[in-house]
Ligand binder design. Structure first.
Ligand SMILES: Nc1ncnc2c1ncn2[C@@H]1O[C@H](COP(=O)(O)OP(=O)(O)O)[C@@H](O)[C@H]1O
Ligand SMILES: Nc1ccn([C@@H]2O[C@H](COP(=O)(O)O)[C@@H](O)[C@H]2O)c(=O)n1
Ligand SMILES: [Mg+2]
Length: 465
């Protein structure tokens, strides 16, 4: 409990019977406001934060989604409309959505089309998160919105840079021409910036000069959010290490598979469940394209189309235990195999490999349930790189990882991602993970010598899963 910072105490309720490594139950989400002039890089900065965190407990809400739709009449005189005035936004709806999110309810956020100055029919569901980022030109202007925030950020970018970016963006993405942009900028955007936006900078706790170019500021904000989320220290050091969100179900499954007395049947059952969660999380790291579809009710749904050029590569023998979960998630996925012989603690020899011929053009899920010293993984990853797979296209999936293995892989392959379900304490002198779960393949395939013949009874909280 001492590990928790004071900041965290303010926002998370802490009960005495919860261990420090268990997820702290939420009291109030942490709300971060990101304001700044148009084209300062607010959306870019927030998207960078969301991508680098890749954590479903963090949600992003854009103030743009709450623009009032223009009536027919106002549309005819759109050039006389001030989109940079506080009255252009439906702040009541924004406040109500924020209230719902803060009280743990899912909300439907309107979608706004800048080309037609209207909300479109489709809405995006946003789940309540532990961290809510609210981004927009005027989020620090209204005291009611400002008062919701626990951290206020202002993105401060030079006005000339903003104007040139705005011309570029609005002509390419928002259906404007240069003359429209310049007229609107002189008539409304700049005067409203001077009247409402610039004065709101004094409320900011953090000012980010140069927006998305300011890696140091973004890194500091990321570290802060990671601390709020109680992320593991290694995830703070290495942004490409991801641990699936811990719940008591997950902790319970780990308790079972790590227990020396667990039968083979139960070991396989719970290892499979955990593997499936890791695979699903890994799939969430693949690139996607936005896609709108029509549902049978005739409504438009704004969704995504995910990448289908992927394959699995399992490290024989234990990695083969992860193949079924990958096949269950990705129909007819190609899966290659690598056999690596452990000669001693450090030495590894590649014995066998069978990989898809076109592997260099695929995203690769490398499958091995335990990451220990990282020596076998280095061998396997080096082979994938030698076949032309870009480092950034490799996602290494495992159930447990030792800090030593994570250090080795992240330093050698900084662009590769690692997705795991728990990070253990250390390695012993034989390079076995501690506390670990023993020889995974022996326990999974029933070749271990401590296999129990008697079926142990399940803990009551997991009996009916
Ligand atoms: N650091 C940067 N360098 C170059 N272009 C940038 C940078 N940050 C943002 N942009 C571009 O400038 C435009 C405005 O950025 P955006 O994030 O949309 O700003 P805002 O949300 O503050 O209006 C976008 O086209 C974006 O791609
Ligand atoms: N129909 C609209 C709505 C808004 N704008 C402009 O968008 C700017 C806010 O979005 P940023 O991503 O730039 O922060 C604001 O300055 C409005 O002028 C618009 O042009 N048309
Ligand atoms: Mg924006």
């Amino acid at each position: 409990m001492e590990k928790l910072t004071n900041g965290l105490r303010d926002h998370f309720s802490i009960s005495d019977n919860i261990s420090p490594s268990a997820p702290a139950p939420l009291k109030q989400p942490f709300v971060i406001g990101v304001a700044g002039g148009t084209a300062s890089g607010k959306t870019t900065v927030c998207n960078m934060i969301m991508t680098q965190l890749h954590d479903q407990r963090v949600v992003l809400v854009n103030q743009d989604s709450f623009y009032h739709s223009l009536s027919e009449e106002k549309l005819k005189k759109v050039h006389e409309y001030n989109f940079d005035h506080p009255d252009a936004f439906n702040t009541e709806v924004l406040l109500s959505c924020m209230d719902k999110l803060r009280s743990g309810q899912q909300v439907s956020i309107p979608s706004y089309d800048f080309k037609i100055h209207q909300s479109i029919e489709s809405t995006s569901p946003v789940n309540p998160g532990d961290v809510i980022i609210l981004e927009g030109i005027l989020v620090l202007n209204d005291p009611r919105v400002r008062d919701l925030m626990n951290m206020k950020i202002f993105v401060d970018t030079d006005a000339d840079v903003r104007l040139s970016r705005r011309i570029q963006r609005d002509t390419v993405e928002r259906g404007r021409n240069i003359q429209n942009v310049l007229e609107q900028y002189t008539k409304f955007v700049k005067p409203s910036f001077d009247e409402f936006i610039q004065p709101s900078m004094k409320y900011a706790d953090i000012i980010i000069p140069r927006g998305g170019d300011n890696d140091v500021a973004i890194d500091l904000i990321l570290q802060n959010i990671r601390t709020k989320l109680c992320q593991h220290n290694l995830c703070k050091i290495y942004p490409n290490v991801f641990i699936i969100s811990s719940t008591f179900q997950i902790k319970g499954m780990h308790t079972l598979i790590r227990d020396v007395n667990t039968t083979k049947h139960d070991f396989v059952f719970y290892a499979d469940r955990l593997i499936r969660l890791v695979v699903e999380h890994g799939l969430g790291h693949l690139p996607f394209k936005e896609k709108q579809i029509t549902t049978p009710t005739g409504s438009v749904y704004s969704g995504v189309d995910f990448c289908k050029r992927l394959c699995g590569v399992s490290v024989i023998r234990s990695g083969e235990s992860m193949e079924n979960a990958l096949r269950a998630c990705c129909n007819r996925i190609k899966i290659g195999k690598i056999l690596i012989h452990r000669e001693n603690n450090d030495g590894r020899q590649l014995i066998y490999e069978k990989l898809p011929k076109d592997i260099s053009s695929r995203h690769v899920f490398l499958l091995d349930p335990v990451l220990a010293s990282g020596n076998s993984a280095v061998k396997a990853i080096s082979l994938l790189l030698s076949k032309g797979v870009p480092e950034s296209h490799i996602i290494f999936l495992n159930l447990i990882a030792a800090p030593q293995g994570i250090h080795v892989l992240c330093k050698k392959f900084p662009m590769m991602k690692i997705v795991t379900s728990e990070i253990d304490a250390s390695l012993n002198e034989d390079s076995r993970v501690i506390p670990g779960m023993g020889e995974f393949a022996d326990r999974y395939f029933g070749t271990d010598n401590y296999l129990k013949s008697k079926v142990s009874s399940l803990p009551t909280n997991l009996q009916v899963c």
